[in-house]
Design a binder for this molecule. Structure first.
Ligand SMILES: [Fe+2]
Length: 468
């Protein structure tokens, strides 16, 4: 309430007395706006239109009394202070006026007391006003808090220290199934059977230790089902004494999240089992294909397996990663699968082959590509197999690819293929031996063979003691 300027309504039939009273108030630290009325009608009108901050009322007027003025004021403007200013007043009447709600009374012969009386009344009004606006703010923030509690998607509950519920929001109703009316004043119904005693001990500990706590636990619904609840709780204290009187808890229903996580974990495991099965069946298929070609060509039986072991060691030495090294292993295992197209008598023929026969043998990388191109695996097996006789300088076959046009996996298998073939004897020739094989690789490094692969291959033998 702003009291600048201070509107004073004087209920006084004597203008001279009214003037005297105003003079007493001249020292007040703000501007005064006075209005004098004599009749009840004028008084009622002024209460509405003039809206006084303060009423000074004579006790007895010709057609009206100070008591009447007081009664009307209490009814119309209950917060506006009224001071009785009168010529004479016995003590009983004064007490009656105060009981009816007069703020003070001043005798006209002691008019000097009017100033302190008005000051006192205005101070009281100011304090009242402040209290009211504090209460209004408190009320507003309580309403805001109530709105949050009511619209929260999380359950919010409060219990006293005997476990009895005194707050149960709509989300708690929705999650647990019990209505507010069913829970207020009752011991928390969501505790699993037999847990109440333990919970009351927990509340006592909580009250002693204070602070906030978060925990996850099973909670019962009205339907008898259980949920996994994540509970965040804070201790509540009395404002005046600081005594703990209960806890407030915010509860998240974690049931679906936990179930979804478990389902996800199990489907991940299922997927990884399926992938493992698929991987095994690829490898079995490839092993069967490798077996078929070696069955037709007993002279190179074991060759593919030897190449696969050496090529994988080179890939690991070159730090290609386990997955890519696996691709190298599988491609090497069947790198000569296209020989299934070459007549067996040519493959097993001792001695020199004619040009026609050589050309027939040279179709095997392309035939391997044909055999493998439709297999759906995560490695480019068909391309690797097709390129295993390509050479860095373009002198290889079937396409005469050069340098990095040739897949790294194929460059690795090319080196392993040569080393394995030269290291072991064939029915039509003696073995050259590992040393000669490595010499061939060294001398062809950078021209025929990838230099990094050549170096890794020599290290695999010389540093790791690789043998077929
Ligand atoms: Fe080959």
């Amino acid at each position: 309430m702003s009291i600048e300027p201070l509107r004073i309504l004087q209920v006084e039939d004597n203008p001279y007395d009214a003037e005297l009273a105003l003079r007493e108030l001249a020292a007040l630290p703000f501007k005064l706006v006075p209005l004098r009325v004599e009749t009840e009608a004028a008084y009622r009108k002024a209460l509405v239109e003039f809206a006084p901050h303060l009423v000074l009322a004579d006790f007895s007027l010709p057609a009206f009394t100070g008591m009447d003025a007081l009664a009307i004021l209490r009814e119309k403007n209950p917060d506006t202070p009224l001071i009785i200013v009168t010529g004479s007043l016995n003590e009983e009447t004064a007490v009656a006026c105060m009981k009816m709600g007069a703020s003070d009374y001043v005798l006209k012969e002691h008019l000097f007391k009017l100033h302190p009386a008005v000051n006192g009344v205005l101070e009281k009004a100011r304090i009242l006003d402040e209290k009211k606006s504090t209460e209004d703010r408190l009320k507003e923030s309580l309403q805001n808090l109530q709105a949050v509690v009511n619209t929260s998607p999380l359950a919010i509950t409060a219990l006293d220290l005997t476990g009895k519920v005194f707050l149960w929001n709509p989300a708690a109703e929705r999650i647990y199934g019990w209505t507010e009316a069913e829970t207020l004043g009752r011991v928390l119904p969501t505790l699993p059977e037999g847990d109440t005693e333990t919970y009351l001990h927990f509340l006592a500990d909580f009250a002693r230790e204070g602070g906030t706590r978060t925990w996850t636990g099973r909670r019962r619904k009205k339907s008898g089902e259980f949920i996994q609840a994540k509970i965040h709780a804070a201790l509540l204290h009395r404002e005046a004494s600081g005594e703990p009187y209960g806890i407030m808890a915010v509860i998240e229903d974690e049931t679906e999240r936990i179930a979804a996580e478990a389902a996800l974990k199990s489907s991940r495991e299922e997927l990884s089992r399926s992938l493992e099965q698929i991987r095994r069946s690829w490898e079995q298929t490839i092993a069967v294909m490798a077996g078929l070609v070696e069955l037709r060509d007993p002279y190179t039986a074991g060759h593919q397996r030897g190449v696969a072991l050496l090529a994988t060691s080179i890939a690991r030495k070159m730090k290609l990663g386990e997955d890519r090294a696996r691709g190298v292993y599988l491609a090497a295992t069947i790198h000569d699968v296209g020989k299934i197209n070459v007549p067996a008598e040519i493959l097993s023929k001792p001695g020199r082959l004619s040009d026609l026969e050589v050309n027939l043998v040279r179709t095997h990388p392309q035939a391997g590509w044909e055999a493998l191109k439709d297999i759906d695996v995560p490695w480019p097996l068909a391309e690797i197999v097709c390129q295993h006789h390509e050479r860095l300088d373009g002198s290889g076959y079937p396409k005469g690819l050069m340098g990095t046009e040739i897949l790294l996996e194929a460059r690795i298998i090319a080196v392993a293929d040569v080393v394995e073939a030269m290291s072991n004897h064939r029915p039509y020739r003696a073995a050259f031996g590992v040393e000669s094989a490595l010499e061939e690789i060294r001398s062809g490094s950078g021209r025929l063979y990838d230099p990094d692969v050549a170096m890794a291959c020599c290290e695999v033998f010389e540093e790791e003691g690789f043998s077929f």
